[in-house]
Design a protein around this ligand. Sequence first.
Ligand SMILES: NC(=O)c1ccc[n+]([C@@H]2O[C@H](COP(=O)([O-])OP(=O)(O)OC[C@H]3O[C@@H](n4cnc5c(N)ncnc54)[C@H](OP(=O)(O)O)[C@@H]3O)[C@@H](O)[C@H]2O)c1
Length: 322
Amino acid sequence: MKAIVQRAYGTADVLKLEEIDRPVVGDDDALIRVRAAAVNHADLVYTTGRPLIARLAFGMRAPKDIVRGKDVAGTVEAVGSGVSGLKPGDEVYGELVSGSFAEYAVAPAARLALKPANLTFEQAATVPLSGMTALQGLRDAGSLKGGQRVLVNGASGGVGSFAVQVAKALRAEVTAVASARNAELVRSWGADHVVDYGRENFTLGTARYDLILDLIGNHTLTQLRGVLTPTGTLVLSSGTGGRVLGPMGRILAAAVTSPFVSQTLSLFTQSGTSKTLDDLRHLIESGQVTPAIDRTYPLAHVAEAVRYFADEHARGKIAISV
Ligand SMILES: NC(=O)c1ccc[n+]([C@@H]2O[C@H](COP(=O)([O-])OP(=O)(O)OC[C@H]3O[C@@H](n4cnc5c(N)ncnc54)[C@H](OP(=O)(O)O)[C@@H]3O)[C@@H](O)[C@H]2O)c1
């Protein structure tokens, strides 16, 4: 099969189209004929091997898993002996451990669900990682309730595009932080207020928020806590951070501070589950959430897609057509 293979860390140029064997399906897995994939920050971390701490898990000199891509949408080709909820022919979407930039991929069945019926494969493939980050970050880590004021920092990117829509679906009042060129776009996703980060620093404003979902990491914890209500919640979903530790320094600082303040500082990592994908499917099929695709690239042009993503100015998601 054709796949995008990475044999060294570096720029997007290390991502090459090669012919390799199909993956083997394990007992709890499904083999998927991939129809579409999508680009995520995780693909960039794998490609560059930065922050360096990530190499402890990925492989010190080169990645152990050589096929890139985590988000997938496609058709089930075969299932392992321990899988009961899926069968060949099912159209699914979900998150892989690795390997969706390929014609075939294997995923744990527990991280797959039936694809939303009203989406193309390209649209569906953009949902899993970013959509689950938005839903779990706001609803689960952030305990968002209807009527609360939420601020999404980084609202026009992949995760932000889902976060704005999910927050509206949960009946929150949403402030989106985005650049001027994306103001209308985030309004079209439902944002009630837009802060243009090029002109205004929201941490110096008078508005107070019950929940902040921070997808950028460009303000200190003290600055962010300053615009939270006394019992508000800060969900730290990353930021890029330094070359060695990435966002870990900031996350550790939040862990140390959290027990001593009235606000909740939530250190959050999304975890792919069929249940969360089912919840997203309901939001999508009811028209409350619609994936926003900036660009779509063919499989052979994944390096170009990752290069575009690395510029950090995508508007919504980048899809890969397989
Ligand atoms: N915790 C988890 O489990 C988890 C899971 C997935 C992703 N993440 C993290 O979430 C973060 C966002 O991921 P993503 O996929 O959404 O990235 P992305 O698609 O690259 O989004 C970047 C967006 O940020 C905007 N932006 C750039 N500088 C900004 C600033 N100073 N203030 C506000 N917005 C700014 C850009 O808009 P302009 O073009 O207008 O500048 C762009 O739309 C990443 O750091 C990633 O690691 C965490």
